[in-house]
Design a binder for this molecule. Structure first.
Ligand code: VGL
Ligand code: ZN
Length: 191
C-alpha cells in the first residue's frame, strides 16, 4: 500500500492576479507549499506520502474552453497558455518536490488530471499503478472543476481517495458545495 499526494493546477492564472483568479488560490498555494516543505524535510509532523505529483492546465488551442464572453462553467477567459507566466506554478507553491508532473488540455478542455501525461507520455493512472500507489489525497484548484474531476476519476480508477478541503479553493461557493457532496457520494473521503 502506497499513498500519493496529487496537487491539482496550483498555477498563477488560478490565483489572485491571474486571468482566472480563484478566491483563496494564493493562500492554498502557500499552505500546500508548507505541507510539501515538511514532507520533503521528512518532518515527523508531515503526512507520510510515498510520492507527490502535480497536474497543470496546459493550453495551446483548447477550442471553446476559451471565450471572450465566458460563462465561468463551460467557457473561461484565456488562461494557462503554454509558455506564459500564467501557466507556471504559483511561487507560493514552494518547494516543488514532485516525482512527476502531468500536463493536460493542450487542444481541448481537460479538467481531470487523469487526462494528463507526464514528460514521457505516461498517464496519471498508469504512473500511479507503476509506482504501486493504492491511495491518493487530492488538493489544489479549483475544487468545483479540476479537483472534482480528478478526485472522481481517482475513484473510478480504483484508488482509495481522500479530498483535503482545507488545501482547496473553489470558483463559486454553490458549485463547490455541490461538488463536495458529489465526491462524497462517489466514495471520496472528505477529511
Ligand atoms: C480549471 C477552469 C478551466 C481548473 C481549468 O483547474 O479547475 N478550471 N480550466
Ligand atoms: Zn483550463
Amino acid at each position: 500500500m502506497k499513498r500519493a499526494l496529487i496537487v491539482v493546477d496550483v498555477q498563477n492564472d488560478f490565483c489572485e492576479g491571474g486571468s482566472l483568479a480563484v478566491h483563496g488560490g494564493a493562500e492554498v498555494a502557500f499552505r500546500i507549499g508548507q505541507l510539501l516543505h515538511h514532507w520533503s524535510n521528512q518532518d515527523p509532523k508531515a503526512p507520510d506520502y510515498d510520492l507527490a505529483v502535480a497536474t497543470r492546465d496546459h493550453h495551446v488551442d483548447p477550442g471553446d474552453h476559451f471565450s471572450d464572453r465566458p460563462d465561468f462553467d463551460t467557457s473561461w477567459p484565456v488562461h494557462c497558455v503554454v509558455g506564459t507566466d500564467g501557466e507556471a506554478f504559483h511561487p507560493n507553491l514552494d518547494p516543488q518536490p514532485f516525482d512527476a508532473v502531468f500536463l493536460k488540455g493542450e487542444n481541448a478542455a481537460a479538467y481531470s488530471g487523469f487526462e494528463g501525461r507526464s514528460g514521457d507520455g505516461t498517464t496519471l493512472a498508469d504512473w500511479l499503478r507503476e509506482h504501486d500507489v493504492t491511495d491518493v489525497d487530492v488538493c489544489g484548484i479549483a475544487t468545483d472543476y479540476c479537483v472534482r474531476a480528478t478526485a472522481l476519476d481517482a475513484v473510478r480508477n480504483g484508488f482509495d481517495t481522500r479530498l483535503l478541503p482545507s488545501l482547496c479553493a473553489g470558483v463559486a461557493p454553490a458549485s463547490t458545495y455541490s461538488a463536495i457532496q458529489e465526491m462524497e457520494r462517489a466514495g471520496v473521503r472528505v477529511t
